[in-house]
Design a protein around this ligand. Sequence first.
Ligand SMILES: N[C@@H](CCC(=O)N[C@@H](CS)C(=O)NCC(=O)O)C(=O)O
Length: 217
Amino acid sequence: MKLTLYYTPVACSMVPYINLVEAGAQFEVNTLNMRGGQHNTPEYLRINPKHKVPTLVIDGEPLTENVAINYWIARRYPNARLLPAELAQEAKALALHAWFASGIHAALTPNNNPKRFCDMDGSEEHVKQCAQRLLEEHFGIANDLLAEREWFFDHYTTVDAHFFWCYLQANRLGLKYIDVTRFTHCMAHQKRMLERASVKQLLAFEKSEQERLAKAA
Ligand SMILES: N[C@@H](CCC(=O)N[C@@H](CS)C(=O)NCC(=O)O)C(=O)O
């Protein structure tokens, strides 16, 4: 089977990268230079017309959306135990992936690009403020879920990588209206994730790709 992950530094394509490594999968990475507009080329739009990463191409067939890609990885490599074994718990894992993608990620994006959400003059700070209010609520809920536990379930699952990216991104964005460091259980989860071999491998790859793209610019 041939697997190609379309990836961009800093983006949420980190999530399937981590989980492919956790699964022990053999995969290639195709890094897109988004600053250079590579996600909007006709070639990439044929693969993913939504012009987003991640896309995992499985034997020539593109699969998009973190929820689906990470579910596929977990089901394709069952020995890695990347989802809870019991059905109701597995469904809860999907609920968490869906929430991270459509709730938390959706409230992170306006901080990067507020004009995409409202193009009225002077609206940028309001858009950011509203998005950060939503993030505060989301991270409060996640913080409660992570209280006194190492992972979202009783062992590491694909959702831990997804939340890792969401919280990493919130810290990287330097949010002005909320203090994300006050979510101490989220912070402790982040630290545990940073100790995993898969995350160390991802961060080394991320650094080398950022350097390569900077040299090419
Ligand atoms: N719902 C998608 C969201 C993917 C997404 O928003 N990716 C961003 C990077 S974090 C992207 O590729 N943005 C480029 C664009 O919107 O043109 C998922 O969870 O996989």
